[in-house]
Design a protein around this ligand. Structure first.
Ligand code: UDP
Length: 250
């Protein structure tokens, strides 16, 4: 059957403190078109923490530069855009990934692989999502703690499956490096780094309530639930400060 040809909207390149970001009206449409046309790509979900990490880690910055799609995942990034006169809606990676899963299920668009999370978590996430979206079938699930024995088996599975979509949840920046290093195994695949999304889908972690998310305060909830992240989260005030200085400097 001839594949429907959808022209993806153009992406406008933008920079957040020197880190690339793509602007478009509808990230989902863009990504679905790429998936249907079997044009592989790497999706990075940019937030303030990752921007600061990329500033300190040139290897991470290089990987983000090479990604075909970098979306405004975090509230800090959206506020930065607003400071620069751009009103763009936040596009949380977890929501984009779930919309894609739903579309694949509804339109029977191909094979999906989940990779990441503690043993059992991604399986549980797959089971819950399969129950939620009739027609969804996750072709392969691999936990995020590969060993010298399981690594070659998993890489061989990817080569043979050539899935349409691979979600990689190893945390930042591990997942970005992993995708950059292995995407050649499945060049026509859409690869998305999804952080802790498997934990959320599995129900082992909760997202912040909607009213906190809507007020750009997801980070407060994160700090309350996972106080050990405080050191890492110092990147948020750093990002805000750098953004203000940058704005004043221009
Ligand atoms: N993880 C993994 N393998 C590792 C380290 C971490 O699969 O070697 C998983 C971990 O179980 C968790 C996710 O990566 O599910 C990291 O989630 P987090 O919310 O910290 O992601 P981030 O905030 O970095 O996007």
């Amino acid at each position: 059957m001839a594949q429907e040809q959808i022209q993806p909207q153009a992406l406008e390149p933008f920079q957040v403190l020197g880190v690339p970001l793509h602007l478009t009206r509808n990230y989902f449409d863009w990504l679905l078109a790429r998936l249907k046309q079997r044009q592989g790509c790497h999706v990075v979900t940019l937030n303030a923490e990752m921007t600061m990490q990329a500033e300190r880690n040139p290897d991470l910055a290089t990987v983000i530069h090479q990604a075909e799609l970098v979306i405004p995942d975090g509230a800090g990034v959206v506020l930065y855009l607003r400071l620069h006169g751009r009103r763009i809606k936040r596009c949380p990676g977890i929501e984009l990934a779930e919309s894609l899963l739903q579309a694949i299920a509804q339109q029977n668009l191909g094979k999906i692989v989940f990779f990441g999370g503690a043993p059992g978590v991604a399986e549980q996430a797959a089971a819950k999502l399969e129950a939620k979206y009739p027609g969804l079938a996750i072709a392969h699930v691999q936990n995020g703690y590969l060993t010298p024995e399981t690594t070659p088996v998993f890489l061989q599975t990817l080569k043979e499956l050539q899935p349409e979509l691979v979600l990689v949840g190893l945390g930042v920046p591990r997942q970005e490096f992993w995708i950059a290093q292995h995407r050649h195994l499945c060049p026509n695949t859409v690869w998305i780094g999804v952080g802790g999304s498997f934990d959320v889908w599995a129900g082992t972690k909760q997202r912040a309530p909607g009213w906190l998310r809507n007020n750009n305060l997801e980070w407060v909830y994160r700090l309350y639930k996972e106080p050990w992240r405080w050191k890492r989260m110092l990147d948020l005030p750093r990002f805000a400060w750098r953004s203000l200085l940058y704005r004043l400097g221009h």
